[in-house]
Ligand binder design. Sequence first.
Ligand code: NAD
Length: 430
Amino acid sequence: MDLKEKIKQKKVVAGVVGMGYVGLPLMVEIAKNGIKVLGFNRGQEKVDKVNAGTNYIQDVADEELAELVRKGLVSATCDFSRIPEVDVICIAVPTPINNQKEPELDLVIDATKKIAKNLQKGQLVILKSTTYPGTTEEVVLPILEKESGLKVGKDFYLAFAPERIDPGNEKYGTGNTPKVVGGVDSKSTKLAADFFRLFITEVFEVSSPAAAEMTKILENTFRLINISFINEMALLADKMNIDIWEVIEAAKTKPFGFMPFYPGPGLGGHCIPVDPYYLAYKAKKMGLKTSFIDTASDIDDFMHQYVVEIAEKALGKKLLTEAKILILGVAYKKDINDLRESPALKVIELLSKKGANYDYYDPHVPNFNDNGVKKTSLEKIDSDIIRNYDLIIILTDHSSVDYEMVLKAANKVVDTRNAIKERAEKVLKI
Ligand SMILES: NC(=O)c1ccc[n+]([C@@H]2O[C@H](COP(=O)([O-])OP(=O)(O)OC[C@H]3O[C@@H](n4cnc5c(N)ncnc54)[C@H](O)[C@@H]3O)[C@@H](O)[C@H]2O)c1
């Protein structure tokens, strides 16, 4: 039976390489629809966890994963010689940037090589990792063809389909977020699109992998620029004694032509502060400019410093070095446990450089490594605990925190997220 027929009859077996924030929810979504999935990951730890039915990703329901493993629909391995057992291979490995803010494709290349060595006729490879336009055809395709001796479009198929998952989003997950797909030829596009239609409600086909790669970067650069723009507006509004949060609420009443973005202590997460640099890198190589991205990144850097400035202002005569400071929230956004690129870490670094000490409370992040020092979250907060600090800095507005209590008990607050709705003299906002 060829791949088209296997997809049609739902007899396809899926492989997912990279079982992280993207890969594991994808495996669960595929398997929930009765399709067998084999996950590939380097390092035994996650593989053992999955095979034991133990969840490690917040967006995945513990019991659901355990049940799918029990039913034999989900399993995992480190052994790439098992690639021939699957029909479709999704690659979801990290695509970070280095210190020079340039793409690091080593993990994509490593995964591709391991797949290539085991690639079979009739298989479909789908790159999902976020990357610059051209990666699928210029980086992945040559490795697959060279190492396997097979020819794309004839022996195997290749497409790019970006991942749009928004960790912590209760409304939109893998299954109901539309999927964009672009293959290296029309057959690859069609096969990949039909594969996703087995478990995703809406699939949108584009004419090439580069168009699909650019779609993802466009979406994330759009967010980068708009968040940085509203941060700049917040800085201006502050100097003009205008409450930016009130202005955004007012602007939101316009039913067309305006979309609200909110200020904060800086950008965070694995995507928004990283992905636009993939585009900037590619543009630079082609002698093109990305002025919006450069400006947005400068504003973002400034926001961390600005939070420290407001903290100093809030403390008045008391020095940062003498103050008892409590940070509320260190995750990069509300209600998740992900610290990657969290602006809180950058603010903490600046505070520490100025000699400040701090405690923190984050119900989602029980501990983290602050430059070699293990920091542990307070177990709880209440009025007595809050009162004990000179300054509370809200860096992430987790829903479970009682901000009214914080407002009542605190001596001074710096609120970077508008978590405290009431306006009070002791609360300084971005
Ligand atoms: N996290 C998100 O919210 C999000 C959203 C959209 C897109 N993305 C993109 O998806 C991709 C994956 O991100 P993530 O957040 O899932 O990463 P992650 O770090 O959570 O998971 C990646 C997994 O891949 C494994 N891995 C790394 N190299 C490997 C290799 N060569 N072979 C096999 N396994 C390997 C790691 O051990 C890890 O388990 C990135 O390109 C990212 O930009 C992420």
